[in-house]
Design a binder for this molecule. Structure first.
Ligand code: FES
Length: 101
């Protein structure tokens, strides 16, 4: 496996005991995960990988996605935000409207 250009860590709100709690889960981050994966497939984007994480400790700004290796953190994620983030990847830019402040 090649190192992805963008490895997107999507907060799944998992706590240490495995329970899902927190803002991201309550704001339906799992549906957003599905939307994100479908968009990546539909756009046939290479070099973009997705995984689900435990709480990223930015709960009040959730749902949250962190992009590695850039380290860019996106907050308040919606389907529109995902579209903007992926559009920016395709353009070689950054969706600054959704960057954590
Ligand atoms: S639940 Fe997503 S950052 Fe805490």
């Amino acid at each position: 496996m090649n190192t992805p250009n963008h490895h997107l860590l999507v907060c799944g709100s998992f706590r240490a005991n495995g329970e899902r709690q927190g803002v991201c889960f309550k704001k339906d981050s799992m549906s957003l995960l599905s939307y994100l994966q479908n968009e990546i497939q539909d756009r046939m984007m290479d070099g973009v990988e997705v995984c689900v994480t435990g709480c990223l400790n930015m709960c009040t700004k959730g749902p949250v996605i962190i992009d590695y290796p850039s380290g860019n953190t996106y907050t308040g994620i919606t389907e529109e935000a995902i579209d903007a983030i992926l559009d920016a990847f395709e353009e070689g830019s950054v969706a600054t409207d959704y960057l954590a402040s």
